[in-house]
Design a protein around this ligand. Structure first.
Ligand SMILES: [Zn+2]
Ligand SMILES: [Zn+2]
Length: 261
């Protein structure tokens, strides 16, 4: 059976509290054999939950950080928790960190400061970085270059930039991850971006519970639905579904430094 890797899921969250086991079963039935759970929403209890989840399931790995939306609230204690968890063997990346100038929930200077500090943490523990960048691509690329992110391995998750942005990230050596947005009627620029990313730099993700792909749009998203995103990305990349699934799984294994399963 075709194997898929959901490179970015928030299944640790309260949206899945009631039926998490059923969600995981549906994922396996849909061929989603591996996933990375992002422990970065709100306070560091998200990171703790993601790590605990990854400890229980051998096909789940975790990331830890604080989302750019929430960095304004960060305390020394939050940093200490991330610095401790970052070294955990089931933690495969630091993230999601980055810049979000669309919502501006935290002041931009604090977002930049935290982004730089998370890049330093990634270097300290020798792990890649998962980046959330919205309407801030120029500043992000400057920080990523300065922070030698390509040396770490760098994922631009839920990519929403222009085709030129995709090309520039790929030229820097970053991985570009496409979410369910790529299936939306209005998202032609994203579909145009796919063929500009070399095959060995493409990832797919749900970012669930948000952004369910067509034909599930409007529902709670879950890892099983990454298949619909994979179908559209395969078409745009000029690949068979099976090749796209294999290549994106290999890419996720490479950037997160996992043995091919
Ligand atoms: Zn994000
Ligand atoms: Zn996310």
């Amino acid at each position: 059976m075709t194997q898929l890797f959901d490179s970015h899921a928030h299944v640790d969250g309260p949206e899945f509290e009631a039926d998490r086991d059923a969600v995981m079963t549906r994922a396996r039935e849909a061929g989603v054999t591996r996933m990375v759970v992002i422990g970065a929403v709100g306070d560091p209890s998200s990171a703790e939950r993601a790590v605990a989840f990854a400890e229980r399931d051998p096909n789940v790995w975790a990331t830890v950080a604080t989302h750019p939306h929430d960095v304004e609230k960060m305390t020394d204690e939050w940093w200490a928790t991330h610095e401790r968890l970052a070294r955990h063997p089931r933690v495969v990346a630091i993230g999601e960190t980055g810049l979000d100038y669309y919502y501006d929930h935290s002041p931009r200077d604090l977002q930049k400061q935290a982004f730089r500090r998370f890049l330093e943490l990634a270097h300290a523990v020798g792990k890649p970085v998962v980046c959330h960048i919205r309407d801030a691509h120029e500043d992000a690329r400057a920080i990523l270059r300065e922070g030698r992110a390509a040396d770490l391995g760098c994922v631009i998750h839920c990519f929403t930039g222009t085709p030129d942005d995709a090309r520039e990230y790929a030229a820097m050596g970053c991985y570009v991850s496409f979410s369910g947005i790529v299936t939306y009627k209005t998202a032609q620029p994203l579909r145009d971006a796919v063929p500009l990313v070399p095959h060995d730099r493409i990832l797919i993700e749900t970012d669930c519970p948000y952004l369910a792909p067509v034909p599930m749009r409007g529902k709670r998203n879950e890892p099983a639905f990454v298949r619909h995103t994979a179908e559209v990305v395969a078409q745009c990349a000029g690949l068979d579904f099976a090749d796209l699934a294999r290549i994106t799984t290999e890419n996720a294994n490479r950037v997160y430094r996992l043995a091919n399963g």
